[in-house]
Design a protein around this ligand. Structure first.
Ligand code: ZN
Length: 460
C-alpha cells in the first residue's frame, strides 16, 4: 500500500484522485496572472467612470452592453453574442427634496431618494404627520385610526451584531420592498424607510420596492432616508409628536424597452454540451456608478474567461460569462437566460455569480448537494495559500437561481461583507471604493473554482 501511495505522490496524484501538484500550479498561474496583468480593474474603470450608473432601460445600460460586448469580442473567444430581453424603465427625474417641520417655519432638511419603482408625489409634494414604526407588523397594532392620512416611517435598523451583513440586510429589507404596499392598506399617504446601511451617514440608499396588487389609484410614494436623517427624525418625533414631514419626488415608470444580456463563451473540448456559467449583473442603480453592485461581478466574470485562456487552460466544458441585465428592478435578464436555456434544452451543470461587491474574497456559498459540497471541501487546501476558507451551503445569486436544477451546482462568491452596505445602492457606490487587488483576487478565486469544476466535473 505504502508503495502505491508513494507512486501516486511521485506522479503528482493525491490519493483522492486529484492531481494536486498540477492544480496547485494552475491556481498559482491564475492568481499570478490576475494580480500582475488582470483586466478587471481597467474594465471597471471604464464602466464606472466613462459610462456610470446603468439603470435598466437607460442610455448608460445600452452603452455598457456595447462596451462589454466589444471587450469580450477582443478576447478571441469562440462566441460572443447579445441575448435580447425586455426590461422595465423607471426614471428618477429631478432630485428629491425633503424636510421635517417641528413648528411652522422651523424646518430641517433631510437627505432622501425615491425607491426604485415608486410613484411620484403630487407636483407640490406631500406634507403630513409621521407615524414611526419598527416594521410592517407594527401597522396592525396601530390600526387605521392612527395611520390614515399620515406618512409611515419605517425605522428598524440593520442588526449590527450579525456578522454576515447580508443576513442583517435580509432582516430589514421587507420594510423597503413591501412597506408602501402594506401602509397603503391603512390609509397612509406615503412612506419613508430608513436606509439599509449599518453606518450613520448622509447617503440615502435606494432599492427596489413593489406595490403587489395595489390598484394604481391606491399607490403611495416611497422614499429612503439616510441613516443620520432617520436618527434625527426619530429623536425629533420623541420630543415633538406633531412633527410634519414634507417630501417631493417626480420619478416615473415608462413602458418596457429592449435590452440585452451579454454573453461570451469558450467552447468545451470534451463535453461541449455541458455548460458552466460565471456571471454578474450589468445594470445598476442610478445614484452612484454601480462599481461594487455589480460592475465588479461583471468584470470579474469577464476576466475568468481571459484568465483561463491566457494561463493556457483548455476547458473540457463550455464556459460562459453572462452579464445579466435588470437584476435590480425586475430580474428579467436572469429569467430570460434560464428560459432560453430550457427552450434550447441546454444542459447547465454549474453556475457561479459574483454580486456581493468587489471586496477581498473569503470563499463561496453553495446551493448544491452534500456530495458536491464534499467535492468542494476536497479542494480546500488548494485555496489555503490565498486565504480562501469559506465553503458552505447558502444562497448563490439572484440571476443564476432561475437555472436551478437538482443536478447542478450553484455558487456565489463571498467577499468580506463588512463595508458592502455602506455603498450598496447609494451615491457612494463608486470606483474609488474598489481596491484593485481585492477585485483581482476575486476574479482569480472565481476562475480557480471554475477550473476545478471543469477539470473534475460535477460528482453525482
Ligand atoms: Zn447586485
Amino acid at each position: 500500500m505504502k508503495k502505491i501511495i508513494l507512486l501516486l505522490l511521485c506522479i503528482g496524484l493525491s490519493t483522492n484522485g486529484y492531481t494536486q501538484n498540477e492544480d496547485e500550479k494552475q491556481l498559482k498561474k491564475i492568481y499570478d496572472q490576475a494580480l500582475t496583468d488582470g483586466q478587471a480593474y481597467d474594465w471597471l474603470n471604464y464602466l464606472s467612470n466613462q459610462i456610470g450608473g446603468r439603470l435598466s432601460g437607460s442610455l448608460q445600460a445600452q452603452e455598457a452592453v456595447d462596451y462589454t460586448k466589444a471587450q469580450l469580442d477582443s478576447l478571441g473567444l469562440d462566441r460572443v453574442w447579445l441575448q435580447p430581453v425586455k426590461v422595465p424603465k423607471w426614471v428618477r427625474g429631478t432630485p428629491e427634496f425633503a424636510y421635517f417641520e417641528t413648528s411652522p417655519g422651523l424646518s430641517t432638511n433631510v437627505p432622501i431618494c425615491a425607491l426604485g419603482g415608486s410613484i411620484a408625489t403630487p407636483l407640490a409634494g406631500i406634507k403630513a404627520g409621521v407615524v414611526e414604526v419598527q416594521g410592517i407588523e407594527d401597522l396592525q397594532k396601530l390600526g387605521k385610526a392612527k395611520i390614515e392620512g399620515n406618512i409611515v416611517f419605517y425605522n428598524r435598523p440593520m442588526d449590527p451584531t450579525v456578522i454576515s451583513t447580508f443576513a442583517s440586510y435580509s432582516g430589514c429589507v421587507d420594510q423597503r420592498y413591501s412597506g408602501a404596499e402594506e401602509a397603503a392598506k391603512y390609509g397612509a399617504v406615503g412612506i419613508i424607510v430608513r436606509s439599509m446601511n449599518l453606518r450613520l451617514d448622509d447617503y440615502p440608499h435606494t432599492g427596489s420596492m413593489g406595490y403587489g396588487d395595489t390598484p394604481a389609484s391606491k399607490r403611495i410614494p416611497a422614499a429612503a432616508i439616510s441613516t443620520k436623517g432617520a436618527e434625527l427624525l426619530s429623536t425629533t418625533l420623541k420630543l415633538s409628536t406633531d412633527t410634519q414631514f414634507y417630501f417631493k419626488q417626480n420619478c416615473k415608470q415608462f413602458n418596457d424597452v429592449d435590452s440585452f444580456n451579454v454573453i461570451g463563451e469558450i467552447k468545451g473540448s470534451e463535453f461541449p454540451n455541458e455548460i458552466m456559467v460565471v456571471g454578474g449583473h450589468l445594470d445598476s442603480w442610478d445614484l452612484g456608478d454601480g462599481s461594487h453592485d455589480d460592475g465588479a461581478g461583471c468584470v470579474q466574470s469577464m476576466d475568468v474567461l481571459r484568465l483561463l485562456k491566457v494561463t493556457g487552460y483548455k476547458p473540457k466544458r463550455t464556459i460562459r460569462a453572462v452579464l445579466f441585465m435588470n437584476e435590480e428592478n425586475g430580474l428579467r435578464g436572469g429569467n430570460k437566460y434560464a428560459e432560453v436555456a430550457s427552450g434550447k434544452k441546454e444542459k447547465h451543470v454549474f453556475a457561479l455569480e459574483s454580486d456581493a461587491g468587489g471586496f477581498t474574497p473569503r470563499g463561496f456559498s453553495f446551493d448544491c448537494s452534500d456530495e458536491n459540497l464534499k467535492q468542494v471541501h476536497s479542494w480546500k487546501s488548494l485555496f489555503e495559500p490565498y486565504y480562501i476558507h469559506l465553503f458552505e451551503k447558502g444562497y448563490s445569486g439572484a440571476d443564476i437561481r432561475p437555472l436551478k436544477s437538482d443536478d447542478m451546482v450553484l455558487a456565489g462568491l463571498r467577499p468580506d461583507s463588512q463595508r458592502y452596505f455602506v455603498h450598496h445602492h447609494a451615491e457612494n457606490d463608486t470606483f474609488e471604493h474598489v481596491n484593485e487587488r481585492e477585485l483581482e483576487l476575486g476574479a482569480a478565486t472565481m476562475a480557480s473554482l471554475v477550473y476545478l469544476f471543469d477539470k473534475y466535473g460535477i460528482v453525482k
